[in-house]
Design a protein around this ligand. Structure first.
Ligand code: ATP
Length: 885
């Protein structure tokens, strides 16, 4: 119930108060009520994950082959096949488990948070830890994390469409409603899953988890679906196609083999092995691991990817539209200039320490009523706080507002003391649409409205100006002078805000106070660009990515900063929201590619920009933090939300979250995205080389010499060790140079480029030609069949190990990358070589794989031959680098 009782009574019933619960009490209640989570679908258990590895078609064929072998008394073959099946299962399991773990980690990192009062202090806690009785602090952009009874509302509006389907936000209040009120009309309640679109408020949690209205309605809601990336889809298709083709070829050759007099059972096993060798069944798992591991690396570089497919999008992003404040700049504001009574003043001091002096043309400014009025207006119409802790001054709240509090304190005006004298009784909160904020304060029986906001918006509400110690009419000339000053300050990259006040006679609604106001002055604050941003923008340029600034700030400020950090270049267009509105869609599309700065825009303009750019074929990344940025974030190919200042709603709408709000992290993420794709392509190409080589050797051997150059179990072994460790190691290859000097990948590009396909075909053929050469030579020399097979078996494995180094990069020489820079690959190759040595020197393995020990002179032939794969690719890479494009 709760909606039919007074707020106090509800708090009493829930045994809580304004100061919130204590940590201990919250812990107790968490034990009692459980986590604030909706029940998820049953989790995939480890056992299930392991067993699911044995469901693949190929594994089933292999098991059948093992059974048939055992049935025919070929126990050795049966055990070798079983062993490979189990090993393949374990490898697959390990890979998938790691991928699952990475995804779980991401989920825990991106889980929502809520602002609550605990132990009398406002603190952020994970929403899952909320309990009944917690006091929630709500602000625009918040997702309501639990059902709650409102205790305080200031213009609070909540979008309840997720619950009721009604798209117009509901204005909330704290009145008491009769018990028969239907749920949508209980305006003093806030429900889980809905979101705050405007204003702020406080509420006490009444129900959590499955006891909430949403929990009851939804019953079971599924986990976020694991989306497959386009690359994975393509790989699946490719795998299916290759599978069918292989089965046809293998069946055909096996038939010929049997007709030529080969043992039918041997041919059957051989066919199975060849099918296994030809079908890259392990690749999808390795690709998932590649994506998941890359995502982990991105976390370290401050980018949380919310969905795996986004990694691919990142790799093909070719335009980044970014906010200015906080993303390109540090969001540490300091007021530097003030304009009062027709003159410009400056104030010294940096950061949040309230120490500094006011100067006019180099002279210290004495007490001044105009300056006082301006600073008082900025302090009262303000939600930020300033406090000293252990000798360090900390600012709580919006840095823009914090700067105003600090500036006033430098003149001895302290917010806490001032607010005691001028109690706030009403307000219209700031929003990016209105670009202003107003409060209503009472002092000694008199009522005042105080406003601050974008200078032109403030000027539009003013008819008077505080000038020469009195309120005068604001003439067009004065207005022009103020606008000129705004322009002058903005040109110095300062963020400029206007201030106004008005005495009101009766208790009117705060909105109504925003007219016939008295202009009090301007303040210009400095927000330095982040140091790493200039380099990041230059990197974007060399990587073929355009950067566009979209800001709510003044045109001149935006332009000046854009030019300073390299976003604006000669010939670009700067467009304001108003100019954008005046353009027809078609006209806008014609110039959209030239615009590098959008200023004074509203959140809905962002959507228009995204749509126009997408129409032009761009893959668009767009940043956002506010509640109204959500549609643009969703529409963009890559929506990027801010981890620190971003609202929950914007985070939910995004594909990636920046944990440090920093533009440079987007660029790092793009680099990682490109690297992941590069690695995936490389190990696909590596795999292709292996498969092509083995298939060619066996086919030609059977058709030309009626000989099996390698037997079934050897093929299985080759397949297992080549598909196992080296691809995993290749997926760990670090971003190498040149990655951010190439153009973005086309989003429709295939699995592997034609270049890489030709290279894999060439290398595969090279391995095949050498092995067949050895076969030809050995047959002529009269070498025994087991020895021939051992030679070829080993030659293939060692060639593939050299080949693994080839695919660390399709462009650069391994020697220039540093042979030992990918340690995992060194370990992978060493373990594979050790396993191969075991296969030919350990007696029991010799029986299993029908091998004979090789002599030193055999190795003297194998190693040089095998190394030609590396040499050939190095020469190709060298020639390619030398050839001008
Ligand atoms: P971004 O570059 O990320 O879009 P922004 O701060 O420039 O950020 P908004 O937050 O939409 O964009 O602000 C637009 C304008 O509104 C600012 O230029 C400023 O003049 C004004 N403004 C910003 N914050 C406040 C505030 N707290 N109260 C009143 N006015 C504000």
């Amino acid at each position: 119930m709760y909606y039919d009782e007074a707020a106090d009574a509800v708090q009493k019933a829930l045994n809580t108060s304004e100061t919130g619960l204590s940590s201990g009490e919250a812990e107790n209640r968490l034990q009692k009520y459980g986590k604030n989570e909706l029940e998820e679908e049953e989790k995939t258990s480890v056992v299930k994950l392991f067993l699911s590895q044995f469901k693949s078609f190929l594994i089933l064929i292999l098991m059948a082959a093992a059974l048939i072998s055992a049935f025919l008394g070929e126990l050795i073959d049966a055990s070798v096949i079983l062993f490979t099946v189990i090993l393949a299962g374990v490898l697959g399991f390990v890979q998938e488990y790691r991928a699952e773990e990475s995804i779980k980690l991401l989920k825990s990192l991106t889980s929502p948070e809520a602002l609550v009062v605990r132990n009398g202090k406002e603190t952020k806690v994970p929403s899952s830890l909320l309990v009944p009785g917690d006091i929630l602090v709500l602000q625009a952009g918040d997702r309501i994390p639990a059902d709650a009874r409102l205790l305080e509302t200031i213009s609070l509006k909540i979008d309840e469409s997720s619950l009721t389907g009604e798209s117009v936000p509901v204005e909330k209040n704290t009145k008491i409603f009769p018990p028969e009120t239907p749920q949508p009309d209980r305006k003093n309640m806030a429900y889980t899953g809905t979101s705050v679109t405007y204003g702020r408020g406080k509420a006490v949690v009444t129900a959590t988890g499955m006891s909430t209205a949403f929990g009851k309605l939804a019953g079971l809601i599924g986990e976020i679906e694991r989306e497959r990336t386009p690359l994975q889809e393509k790989l699946d298709q490719f795998g299916r196609w290759l599978g069918t083709a292989t089965l046809v070829v293998v069946a055909f050759v096996a038939m010929i083999g049997i007709l030529q007099g080969f043992d039918p059972f041997e041919m059957f096993l051989w066919g199975v092995a060849l099918a296994v060798a030809a079908i890259p069944e392990a690749l999808p798992a390795v690709v998932t691991v590649g994506l998941a591991l890359g995502v982990r690396r991105m976390v370290k570089r401050h980018a949380l990817v919310r969905k795996l497919p986004s990694v691919e999008t990142l790799g093909s992003t070719n335009i980044i539209c970014t906010d200015k404040t906080g993303t390109l700049t540090q969001n540490k504001m300091t007021v530097e200039k003030l304009y009062v009574n027709g003159t410009l003043l400056s104030v010294t001091g940096r950061g949040y320490e309230p120490v500094g002096d006011f100067f006019k043309e180099g002279q210290s400014v004495p007490e001044d009523v105009h300056l006082h009025k301006l600073l008082v207006t900025g302090t009262l119409c303000n939600d930020a706080g300033l406090a000293q802790e252990d000798g360090i001054w900390n600012m709580m709240g919006d840095p823009t507002e914090g700067a105003l509090v600090v500036a006033a304190a430098k003149a001895g005006i302290w917010k806490i003391a001032l607010e005691k004298k001028h109690r706030r009784i009403g307000e219209v909160p700031f929003s990016s649409e209105r670009k202003m904020m107003t409060t209503l304060n009472t002092s000694e029986g008199r009522l005042y409205a105080y406003s601050k906001g974008a200078p032109e918006v403030i000027l539009a509400s003013c008819t008077k100006i505080f000038h020469g110690g009195q309120e005068e009419e604001l003439t067009p000339e004065m207005k022009q002078k103020i606008l000129d000053t705004v322009h002058e300050l903005a040109n110095q990259t300062l963020r400029v805000m206007g201030f106004a006040y008005r005495q009101v006679t009766e208790n009117i609604l705060p909105e109504e106070a925003e007219r016939e106001m008295v202009f009090a002055g301007l303040m210009g604050m400095r927000d330095l660009p982040r140091e790493e941003v200039k380099v990041a923008i230059a990197t974007c340029k060399s990587a073929g990515i355009r950067t566009v600034m979209i800001t709510g700030d003044h045109r001149t400020t935006a332009f000046a900063i854009a030019r300073e950090i390299g976003i604006y270049r000669e010939g670009d267009i700067v467009l304001t929201g108003v100019e954008l509105d005046a353009l027809e869609n078609k006209e806008f599309e014609d110039i959209v590619e030239k615009v590098s700065v959008y200023a004074r825009v509203y959140p809905e303009h962002k959507l228009k920009v995204v749509e126009a750019l997408k129409k032009k074929g761009y893959v668009v990344a767009m940043t956002g933090d506010g509640v109204n940025d959500a549609p643009a974030l969703k529409a963009a190919d890559m929506g990027i939300a801010m981890g620190i200042t971003g609202t929950e709603v914007s985070k939910e709408a995004s594909s990636m979250i920046l944990t440090d709000d920093n533009f440079a992290s987007i660029v790092s993420a793009v680099e990682e995205g490109r690297n992941i794709l590069k690695n995936i392509k490389n190990f696909i190409a590596y795999g292709l080389t292996c498969h092509i080589g083995v298939v060619l050797i066996v086919l030609v051997g059977v058709l030309a010499w009626q000989i099996l150059p390698v037997i079934a179990v050897q093929i299985l072994w080759i397949n297992l060790i080549t598909d196992g460790l080296p691809p995993m190691a290749l997926s760990l290859e670090a971003p190498n140079r040149g990655l951010m000097e190439q153009k973005p990948r086309k989003s429709k590009e295939g699995l592997v480029s034609r270049r890489m396909l030709i290279a894999s075909l060439g290398l595969g053929s090279l391995i095949a030609i050498q092995s067949l050469g050895v076969l030809y030579w050995a047959l002529k020399e009269g070498v025994s069949l087991p020895k021939i097979q051992t030679l070829i078996f080993t030659l293939i494995v060692i060639s593939l190990m050299f080949n693994a180094f080839n695919w660390r990069s399709d462009r650069y020489s391994v020697f220039s990358l540093g042979i030992f820079t990918n340690r995992s690959l060194i370990y992978a190759v060493l373990s594979t070589v050790l396993l191969q040595l075991a296969a030919i020197y350990v007696p029991i393995m010799q029986t299993a794989f029908r091998t004979v020990p090789l002599s030193l002179s055999d190795w003297g032939m194998i190693i040089p031959l095998a190394s030609t794969t590396l040499i050939a690719m190095e020469i190709t890479k060298y020639l390619e680098r030398k050839t001008p494009r």
